[in-house]
Design a protein around this ligand. Structure first.
Ligand code: GAL
Length: 983
């Protein structure tokens, strides 16, 4: 670029004319919020700027209006998208990598607004303009005078406007560029979006006021003493009325306090005051330290049950309302999450206030990622290049200065995926000097040269266990190795929550709970970044990479969260909640006791109440309260069953009897209403159901169009066509599932779906051949072979149909399965598929539920009786894929009108019911592509392959892999009379 006005865009320096960074403070000094409608023009690039737009006399009345804060590419996407569209890349820079240059086509937004300085605005002091976040680079004018420019999208920038503000009306003009030198530092895996996306305010700075405050509030667990020292301007006084503290800035008070922890987020209101300004602080006393190889808070090891959180709203992008931020924290707390890594930038500051208030451990991460240099010359990586040192340090200092007073923040993270470099080391050194009270986190510092914890991503359980034992592969340098081996370990990302999954969470949790060094992890990630759209006929869908016609993009890799874009919890979050439950409940029917182990690090269980429920085949028998005295953190008690429970268990019952014990919130909290279930345990308390005995069955008979057997009719190929008058198609052996993201998106060459589709197996296009149909004395026997065109692997399936002497309307099918050829690849499913009339869309079952579950995502499935509809049983993954299977089903019925079809396990099967086929799911790109058929498709599966986390991380663990091998399974079918029985 030439030396024109906009040269700052490509300068590496982070800005000019800015004020020094300082803490985000709640002050009584006057503030004018400048959010709302601004005049706006989006220019194509730097050669299309509006000359003189910043001048007070410029007439912008013909310009559009745009809300501040907002991201300009998020406007009217179902209309004509007047300001451009979102673009998604994970790692690649979406422009030629030629730092610090950026393309000529540099979408630029020109913003203007006037505001009236309140008449009571103080005459003295300074007047400052504060921008909480502008993506990615901007310049500011007040009344036509340029104040300066800034970069660092997710960081605040302040300018002194004192000399240029006047009484009455003032004009504020801001020019924002999508691309700048700073874009090289902001290559996070997310949508590229631009604009003034966080609030803007005019703030008064009184003479003799409180520019900055750094509250150091520690806690000595040995004595129960809190110490408070507040760095603030000389002459300021610090008061904490509740604690009787009244000290001068710089003095230290030591008093007995209740400490702050994420479990017990005790805050004390404090005021820092000078003659001209009062600042309100919320103090949480806590001390973070790495001691004896373990990360401790207040002297105790903590276990992080975390998530990585990007800021996302499906309608407004990274502009979030306070209500949405609160919703995130509440949802996390309600799902037993206790920690957040603010991947990969400091969040809106109000989010951190909520973490302090409601209680979450936070790793605050700097707005820094240069991942795209992995694909180009690494030597140019800004993390290494001295030319970028100041820009990197600037980011670190702006984060630390803004956020230093939050008790919830226990570590500073230098950024994400910048590889190694001296600039990172400098950032770490600066932060340690400025804030010795918080350890440094940085995942790419794998030899922990300057990080204070050893942190990695997506490590497999086997390696994790070695790390837990401090037996990991050594660093080359023995001194470094010794240091690292003595550090705590966290998984800053694991369990990639993309689509169906993540599988294998329990294995990780077991290791975290076994090895003190393993201090937990952060699931990748909290939310799917889908962009909400509507079809012309008004149906909602969520866009991902490529849906906006981007030249390069990374597809639906952007949809990998535990909550869907609209924040509905996904099955992954329900599973995570169960896996990380802070209280473990074990029922022992032998000794008639319940053991409750308190896995909190600090809190006792006084906030929980316990209850029990006894059910026969899922129908309530009895229930009651269970008195468990408050259990101290880290300890367990064993309680005898109360008399009422003993009696109920001993009473006569019918069917399978299960006992469930739940721990629930005893009272309302700031994040959930009372009675919310926090943890549960379940155990069978009756003898297992007797194996099915059918007695001698009826003989099949030849019929005009095939065969008849009891209530069933078959065609000439031996295919069931009706049962008790209900038309059916199938059932037949089926192995296919619409590949999940974890089957499909390969990490480390694990693209299982490609192997499934490969000509050698071609599981997606298996054909069925009937080899023989035989009528035995009490069975119809149908021999078949399943294989694909061009493949010589096949599976023989022999179907043996029998009636049931004890239940005339019932039919049993046993399938003998024998694979032929080389089946070295796990198979997606082993089961039956059949089609039933569409009106049978009410589903009830006794088995695992209420939500979907697969071999390695089944912890949250409890045994019970559940009712749902086919529509509700579909999990709306942003990218369509296998979903909705219910596990361990003993009995199910599909009903509608006067008809009901029963399915019976022998003993169990997995059930999926859909208005479309697996092939339809496989072919769809968005849920709105799926069209309901005039039938329902039912899968009754003997086994399902796990889900794993291979879209970014390990695949399915050996225990959950489904291998083709000779086997047999049995399923019962019955046309039930609805008036007689549900199932
Ligand atoms: C990690 C990265 C995240 C995200 C994730 C995959 O390597 O830090 O930002 O890209 O992979 O979804």
């Amino acid at each position: 670029m030439d030396g024109s006005e906009a040269a700052y865009v490509e300068r590496i320096e982070p800005g000019r004319g800015r004020l020094a960074p300082r803490a985000a403070l709640e002050s009584d000094a006057p503030v004018v919020a400048l959010d709302g409608d601004w005049r706006f023009r989006r220019c194509a690039g730097l050669r299309d700027l509006t000359e003189g737009f910043e001048a007070p006399g410029f007439d912008a009345s013909g310009w559009d209006t745009l809300a501040v804060p907002s991201m300009w590419q998020m406007h009217d996407l179902d209309g004509d998208a007047p300001y451009g569209k979102p673009q998604y890349t994970n790692i690649y820079y979406p422009f030629p990598v030629d730092p610090p240059r950026v393309p000529d086509a540099n979408p630029t937004g020109e913003y203007r607004r006037t505001f009236t300085l309140p008449a009571e605005w103080p005459a003295g002091g300074r007047t400052v303009l504060r921008f909480e976040g502008v993506d990615s680079c901007f310049a500011v004018w007040v009344n036509g005078v340029r104040l300066g420019d800034g970069k660092g999208s997710r960081l605040p920038t302040e300018f002194d406007a004192t000399e240029h503000i006047k009484p009455g009306e003032n004009l504020l003009a801001v020019r924002v560029h999508q691309w700048s030198s700073a874009s090289y530092l902001e290559d996070q895996d997310m949508w590229w979006l631009s604009g003034i996306f966080r609030p803007v305010a005019l703030v008064h700075r009184p003479e003799g006021g409180i520019e900055d405050v750094f509250a150091h509030a520690g806690y000595d667990h040995a004595t129960g003493t809190g110490t408070l020292t507040v760095d603030a301007p000389e002459g300021a006084r610090v008061t904490v009325p509740e604690l009787g503290i009244d000290i001068a800035a710089g003095e230290t008070a030591a008093v007995a306090v209740e400490p702050w922890t994420a479990e017990t987020p005790r805050l004390y209101d404090a005021v820092v005051a000078t003659a001209s300004e009062r600042v309100r602080l919320r103090i949480g006393f806590r001390t973070v330290a790495v001691e004896g190889g373990v990360l401790k808070v207040n002297g105790k090891r903590i276990l992080l049950r975390g998530v990585n959180r990007h800021e996302w709203d499906p309608d407004t992008g990274r502009t979030l309302s306070e209500a949405t931020m609160r919703r995130d924290v509440e949802l996390m707390k309600r799902h037993n999450v206790n920690a957040v890594r603010t991947s990969h930038y400091p969040p809106d500051r109000r989010f951190l206030d909520l973490c302090d208030e409601l209680g979450l451990w936070v790793i605050d991460e700097c707005d820094l990622e240069t991942h795209g240099f992995d694909f180009v010359s690494l030597s140019e990586n800004p993390a290494k290049d001295p030319a970028w040192r100041e820009a990197c340090l600037d980011r670190m200092s702006r984060m630390v200065e803004r956020d230093k007073n939050h008790p919830s923040i226990i570590m500073w993270s230098l950024g994400n995926e910048c590889r190694e470099g001296e600039n990172l080391e400098a950032m770490a050194a600066w932060a340690k000097e400025r804030d010795p009270g918080r350890p440094i986190h940085y995942e790419c510092d794998t030899e922990t040269r300057y990080a204070d914890v050893y942190s990695r991503m997506y490590v497999e359980p086997a390696e994790l266990e070695r790390i837990g034992r401090r037996e990991e592969d050594p660093c080359e340098d023995p001194a470094l190795d010794e240091r690292r081996r003595g550090l705590p370990f966290i998984l800053c990302e694991y369990a990639h929550a993309m689509g169906n999954g993540p599988g294998g969470l329990s294995e990780y949790q077991a290791l975290f709970e076994r090895y003190p060094r393993l201090q937990g992890g952060f699931v990748w990630e909290w939310i799917d970044h889908g962009v909400r759209r509507r079809t012309e006929d008004g149906r909602e869908w969520f866009a991902y990479g490529g849906d906006f016609g981007e030249a390069i993009h990374d597809g639906n890799f952007i949809a990998d969260g535990l909550v869907f874009p609209d924040r509905t919890p996904s099955p992954g979050l329900i599973e995570y909640k169960k896996v990380i439950e802070p209280v473990r409940i074990r029922i022992d029917p032998q000794t008639a006791t319940v053991e409750v182990a308190n896995g909190y690090d600090f809190a006792d269980t006084a906030h929980l109440r316990f209850d029990w429920r006894l059910e026969d085949d899922g129908e309530p028998v009895a229930s009651g309260a269970l008195h468990i005295p408050a259990i101290a953190a880290g300890t367990a008690v064993s309680a005898a069953w109360p008399d009422a429970l003993r009696k109920a268990v001993a009473s006569d019952g019918d069917g399978e009897r299960w006992l469930t014990v739940s721990a629930r919130l005893a009272a309302d909290t700031s994040w959930a209403a009372k009675d919310l279930e926090i943890a549960w345990g379940q155990a069978p308390v009756s003898a297992p159901a007797a194996p099915i005995t059918t007695g001698p069955g009826a003989a099949p008979e030849a019929a005009a169009d095939g065969y008849a057997l009891g209530p069933a009719a078959f065609d000439h190929f031996g295919r069931l066509t009706s049962l008790g008058g209900i038309e059916l198609a199938g059932p037949r052996l089926d192995l296919w599932r619409a590949p999940t993201d974890n089957d499909r998106v390969a990490w480390g060459a694990r693209d299982l779906a490609a192997k499934w589709r490969d000509r050698r197996l071609a599981l997606d296009r298996l054909e069925l051949k009937t080899l023989a149909v035989e009528t035995a004395s009490d069975a119809l026997v149908v021999a078949t072979r399943v294989g694909a065109a061009g493949a010589d692997t096949s599976i023989d399936a022999v179907y043996r149909w029998r009636t049931d002497a004890a239940a005339p309307g019932r039919l049993w099918l046993t399938v003998d399965v024998t694979p032929n050829g080389d089946w070295d690849v796990p198979i997606p499913r082993l089961g039956l598929r059949l089609a039933v009339p569409a009106h049978l869309d009410r589903v009830e079952w006794f088995g695992g539920g209420p939500g979907e579950a697969y071999a390695d995502t089944r912890t949250a499935a409890r045994i019970g009786r559940f009712r749902s509809t086919v529509a509700e049983m579909q999990t709306p993954y942003v990218f369509p894929q296998e979903n909705g299977s219910r596990i361990d089903v003993r009995r199910a019925s599909l009903s509608g009108g006067a008809d009901a079809l029963g399915l019976l396990g022998a003993p169990h099967f997995a059930l999926t019911v859909r208005p479309w086929t697996s092939e339809d799911l496989d072919a769809a790109s968005h849920p709105t592509d799926l069209v309901e058929h005039d039938r329902l498709y039912v899968n009754a599966d003997a086994a399902l392959h796990g889900t794993g986390s291979a879209s970014c991380g390990p695949g399915v663990l050996p225990a959950y892999r489904l291998q083709a091998r000779p086997t047999a399974f049995t399923v019962g079918f019955e046309a039930a009379d609805r008036s007689r029985a549900e199932y």
